[in-house]
Design a protein around this ligand. Structure first.
Ligand code: SAM
Length: 251
C-alpha cells in the first residue's frame, strides 16, 4: 500500500524479524535506511532481492536533504519502507522527522513492529515492568549527566538507559553518586547475541565490576525505582554535605 512503513529490524540476531517486516521489505517501491549497507545485508540474509528499487540513505546527518526525495516518492503514490540500523526506528534512532513530515502531508504512516533493545532488556532484567521510563542516552559531559540523573532520581518507575561500553563505568559511578550506592540496577549486554549477559547488583557493585572488567558490545542499563527511605536518607546526607561545603562546622 502507498505510504510510509516504519520497519523494525533485529538488534543482533538476523532471524529476529517479523514475517510482515520481511513482506514489507520485499514489496516496498522505495527502501530507505539509516545504514544502507546493513539493510542490504539483512535483505541478502533473508533472500529478498533489491531488484531495481532505489535505496535511499536517511540518517541524522542528511535527513534534511533526503527527506524531500522520500516525500516525492510518497506524493507519487509509492510505498516507502524505512528501517534504522537496528531495532525499532525512532527509538534512539532517526525517523522522527520523516514520520512527522509524512503524517503532516497527509500520507499514510504505519509500522511493521518488532524488537527493540529497551523492551528486550526490561523483559529479562527482573526489575518491575509495570512502570518504566526510557531515557535513551544520557549526556556525555559529567555535569550534564549528573543533572539528568538527578532529575530522574525520584521518578517512581524503572529507569532504562542506552549506554556505550566506553562510558558504562562512569555512568554507573555517577548514578551511584547521585541516586545512592545501594540502588538496585541491571546491565543487559549483547542482547540476542552470542555473549548475551544480564548482570544484577547495586549501582556501586556494578560500577566496580565494570571498572575492573571493561565491557564490550551493546548495553542497556536499568535502574530500579527509588524507595522513599533511600531518597530521604540521601536528602539528609546531601543537606549535611552542602552545609559542610559551605564551611560551617558541625558538632
Ligand atoms: N533503535 C534501537 C532499538 O530499538 O533498540 C536502538 C538504537 S540506539 C542507536 C543503539 C543502542 O541501543 C546501543 O548503543 C545499545 O545501548 C542499545 N542496543 C541495541 N542493540 C542492543 C543489544 N543487542 N543489546 C543491548 N543493547 C542494545
Amino acid at each position: 500500500p502507498p505510504g510510509l512503513t516504519l520497519v523494525s529490524v533485529p538488534i543482533g540476531t538476523a532471524r529476529d524479524i517479523t514475517l510482515r517486516a520481511l513482506d514489507v521489505l520485499r514489496d516496498a517501491d522505495v527502501l530507505a535506511a539509516e545504514d544502507t549497507r546493513s539493510l542490504r545485508k539483512l535483505l541478502d540474509i533473508h533472500g529478498i532481492p533489491l531488484r531495481d528499487r532505489p535505496m535511499v540513505a536517511y540518517h541524522d546527518h542528511n535527513g534534511d536533504r533526503a527527506r524531500p526525495r522520500l516525500m516525492q516518492a510518497l506524493e507519487q503514490g509509492l510505498s516507502v519502507a524505512y528501517a534504522s540500523e537496528a531495532g525499532t526506528p525512532l527509538i534512539a534512532d532517526p525517523g522522527y522527522d520523516l514520520a512527522l513530515a509524512a503524517r503532516e502531508a497527509g500520507y499514510a504512516v504505519t509500522a511493521a513492529p518488532g524488537v527493540s533493545a529497551v523492551v528486550t532488556a526490561l523483559s529479562l532484567a527482573g526489575l518491575p515492568t509495570d512502570r518504566f521510563l526510557f531515557a535513551g542516552f544520557l549526556p556525555n559531559a559529567t555535569k550534564a549527566r549528573r543533572e539528568a540523573l538527578e532529575a530522574l532520581g525520584n521518578v517512581p518507575a524503572t529507569l532504562v538507559f542506552y549506554e556505550s561500553p566506553k562510558r558504562l563505568d562512569k555512568m554507573l559511578e555517577d548514578a551511584a553518586r547521585v541516586l545512592g550506592d545501594g540502588r538496585e540496577a541491571v546491565v543487559a549486554r549483547e542482547l540476542t547475541k552470542k555473549f548475551e549477559e544480564i548482570r544484577r547488583g547495586s549501582l556501586s557493585d556494578l560500577a566496580a565490576h565494570y571498572r575492573a572488567t571493561p565491557p564490550k558490545g551493546e548495553i542497556v542499563v536499568l535502574i530500579g525505582a527509588g524507595k522513599r527511605e533511600d531518597i530521604s536518607e540521601k536528602f539528609v546526607i546531601d543537606a549535611l554535605r552542602s552545609e559542610l561545603d559551605a564551611g560551617l562546622s558541625v558538632r
